[in-house]
Design a protein around this ligand. Structure first.
Ligand code: VGL
Ligand code: ZN
Length: 206
């Protein structure tokens, strides 16, 4: 058994057909299902925004999704309205075997604060509590996969390394938004340079 699998934002809105669809985002669902039985702990993050969340372009007159704007003094990519609390888009992907998830961390639930990382909001103002939960359980090695590689997975991995966890990025288990071509490859390179190990599903289950 491996230590802890961290599933980042595998939610309907990030799958094809969703409000903020990640190309091939649905490909990570069977990979997560295949991996979960091989881990002692499975933790999932969930992007969980109120309808009036300040990251939504709809709340910034004169802007459109993917423009750069501002939120509470921080530069903010303005996103399509996504992962609104209690809507189907915010639910875990329909095919995901959620019975195997033993802890869920919700983020982005304050309208004035966005949180890409599962550990901290973007301004590093407040911890989500995930690091404490994992430390309390004795988790030391996190295996990270999910969506989106170049947004929430990237910041989650960088924070996990900063929190002192050993981190393995499961490369076939991530897909990126690629707002600019090459963003996903650059994100994987950055995570690796920051100290993340690189692994694949086949390596982990054989
Ligand atoms: C995400 C953009 C906005 C993600 C969340 O899960 O990668 N991306 N909110
Ligand atoms: Zn979001």
């Amino acid at each position: 058994m491996h230590d802890t699998l961290l599933l980042v934002d595998i939610q309907n809105d990030f799958l094809p057909g969703g409000a903020l669809a990640v190309p091939e985002g649905d490909a990570v669902v069977p990979i997560a299902n295949r991996l979960m039985p091989h881990f002692s702990h499975v933790v999932a993050s969930q992007d969980w925004h109120p309808a009036d969340h300040g990251s939504f372009a709809a709340h910034h007159p004169g802007t459109k999704p993917f423009d750069i704007g501002e939120l509470d003094g921080l530069e903010q990519i303005l996103w399509p309205t996504h992962c609104v609390q209690h809507t189907p888009g915010a639910s875990f992907a329909s095919g995901l075997d959620i019975a195997r998830i033993d802890h869920v961390v919700r983020k982005g639930d304050d309208a004035r604060i966005d949180s890409y990382s599962a550990f901290h909001d973007n301004g590093h103002r407040k911890a989500t509590g995930l690091a404490d939960t994992l430390h309390a359980r004795g988790s030391r090695h996190l295996f990270v996969m999910g969506l989106a590689a170049d947004v929430c997975v990237k910041f989650t991995v960088l924070d996990a390394l900063a929190e002192g966890f050993v981190v393995t990025l499961i490369t076939d288990g991530v897909r990126g938004v690629d707002m600019t071509a090459g963003d996903t490859d650059a994100a994987i390179q950055l995570m690796h340079e920051a100290g993340a190990r690189i692994g694949t599903t086949v390596q982990l289950i054989s």
